[in-house]
Design a protein around this ligand. Sequence first.
Ligand code: SAM
Ligand code: SF4
Ligand code: SF4
Length: 370
Amino acid sequence: MVASERSQCNFTKCGRGASHRRGGGVSSPGPMPLRNDRYGRPLRNLRLSVTDRCNLRCSYCMPEAEYVWLPQSDVLRFEEIERLVRIFAHLGVDKVRLTGGEPLLRRDLEVLVAMIARVPGIRELAMTTNGVLLADKAAELRRAGLQRMTVSLDTLDAATFRLLTRRDNLAAVIAGIDAARAHFTDVKLDTVAIAGVNDRELPDLLAFARDRGAEIRFIEYMDVGGATQWRPDAVVSRARILELIAARFGSASPMPRDSAPAERFRLADGTTFGIIASVTTPFCATCDRARLTADGQWFRCLYATAGTDLRALLRSDADDAAIAAVIAEAWHQRTDRGAEVRARTPDRRPLVGAAELQKAPHLEMHTRGG
Ligand code: SAM
Ligand code: SF4
Ligand code: SF4
């Protein structure tokens, strides 16, 4: 789907298009200009969790035996998600990333992709997936208008994969990566680096990505909600990642930084890779991201303990302008710098314990979307 094929913005009295209505056709008084947050950061990037369910149990995300799931009746319907995306796009969001839980577990996801791809103003539509179900889905997701694909891959070793995920799906993930490469020009691999588990493998993973024509990003293990096994000494720091890469490939040169969370580096042979150093080098100062859970809770930081209940607004008689006003005001009041606060925390331990997560599943990474 190219921008010129997309329909016009239909927010009432918006200069960019015709009337922007809620499902029942109630008109709204007009768009709200979105002001930057308290630290001057704009809202550009929306990460949309389409389900809290997952078919893996990664030790850094879902290590527990039991989880409390969102009630199905609370999960937003595609029409509700599309309506919110239109409102966010009207307020300046131009990048959407579908995530989860595992987004490919959401039935008919390509239908949602096509709906979002048509929203005026959305320039980038991407997905982060664990890849297990991707081989059968890549072609139709691309046809529906998905532009970028990120697949999580932490190991190339079947036994380590089993240890990390409690499942036996490494071959399916690799088939998913190959399918992604066949249908997408922009494929990235995300690797959470964990000391003593996959750190020795990072150069092999980089070589694997290079041979597949994908860019790999190494992610420092974060103490987010859900990471109940997190320990400071399990984090492989940005500096250590660069050392491990240099030992195999020679030193890497930093590339100019853009607004993405990853710092990018180039090897002598031209191969590029990224590091997302949220633990040792937080990038909150430029953070333009917010997250929407599958049940419509809107969080303005990965570490935020409270969000805004947009589902309640969607299911009330609030029109689009009223919802936009709530979003605009909440963003303007935003002061979150969660990773920086965590970096200053003495005697750092997991952010939330397992018992608290049972009572507050919205704190989970797999619920709010990574
Ligand atoms: N299930 C999909 C997947 O794994 O790609 C999408 C959702 S997952 C929550 C999104 C990203 O969050 C993944 O790349 C995952 O590796 C990352 N993630 C989860 N827990 C993390 C943690 N404790 N530290 C760093 N990254 C984490
Ligand atoms: Fe792993 Fe993603 Fe599932 Fe979390 S949501 S357990 S990171 S596959
Ligand atoms: Fe943004 Fe919060 Fe992550 Fe900082 S910790 S980069 S403010 S989401």
